[in-house]
Design a binder for this molecule. Structure first.
Ligand code: PGA
Length: 263
């Protein structure tokens, strides 16, 4: 794992956007795995800026979102379909047919989850997966006790997640109790992962996931088993990491090692 510690939210958004932009430039038909929530908003803003000012081209990009609430239609303002359209898709040139977001009101949910998995597979698999992390250590909606080899399925949200996400709803009782989510196993098949976290409320889940034991009680800890993960956190979110100094040292030396050839 590569752990990059930046000063603040703006810096993590810029760092992550550089990784995504380089991926798209080196493979224009990149398959991106996308996340919702407050954390990736700055990254999306920066990608939109790169599209408008520097011509970053999304015309061949294919995307798969991690999750969606069960029971919310695509045009519900709190649905993740609505979030993605208004915060990202309508501002870049990704073709509508290339966008995949789970449908929260599908009737045959089990078949739908299997189809979603097949769509990912048939697209060649996810090249770069963007992740946030919940206060309970979840990635996507893989709440504590989610199998680390789970696939796309329906999950029941924890009270903690419902409370956290109630800030977007009028009443806490309006927050859906169920979601359709990619599984931990689905996420782990991405060729590269970037996990973003900002703020002191993420310090404990970040420390648990990076330096704690691998456990289904913190689904983000599964990334320790992933061969190509970059974790980009701000100072607040890094404050419980014990090996902070070493991670900063590695980051500082990265350019030195890349610029040398060893024969
Ligand atoms: P947040 O959510 O980015 O709004 O903090 C992250 C998550 O729950 O995965």
């Amino acid at each position: 794992m590569e752990i990059i510690i930046k000063n603040n939210y703006s810096e993590i958004s810029i760092e992550a956007s550089g990784i995504v932009a380089n991926q798209i430039k080196s493979k224009p038909n990149t398959v991106l795995g996308l996340a919702t929530g407050s954390t990736p908003l700055g990254l999306y803003k920066e990608l939109i800026r790169l599209h408008i000012n520097e011509g970053l081209d999304f015309s061949k990009v294919i995307s798969f979102n991690l999750d969606e609430y069960i029971g919310l239609s695509k045009d519900h303002p709190q649905s993740y379909n609505y979030f993605m359209y208004h915060n990202f898709f309508k501002k870049v040139n990704i073709p509508a047919n290339n966008i995949h977001i789970p449908n929260g009101i599908s009737v045959k949910q089990l078949e739908y989850c299997e189809q979603y998995e097949s769509l990912i597979k048939n697209s060649g698999g996810i090249d770069l997966q963007i992740l946030g992390i919940g206060r309970d250590g979840h990635i996507a909606f893989n709440e504590p006790s989610s199998s680390l080899s789970s696939r796309t399925r329906i999950k029941t949200l924890t009270q903690k997640t419902i409370k956290d996400n109630s800030r977007f709803f009028k009443n806490i009782s309006d927050v859906p109790r169920f979601a359709i989510t990619m599984g931990v196993g689905t996420i782990m098949e991405a060729k590269k992962i970037i996990l973003l976290a900002s703020g002191s409320s993420k310090a404990e889940p970040i420390a648990q996931s990076v330096e704690g034991p691998i456990t289904s009680m913190h689904s983000a800890s599964a990334i320790q088993l992933h061969p190509n993960t970059t974790i980009v956190v701000d100072r607040q979110a890094s404050k419980e990491l014990k090996e902070k100094k070493y991670y900063n040292w590695v980051y500082k030396n990265k350019n030195v090692i890349y610029n040398q050839s060893y024969n």
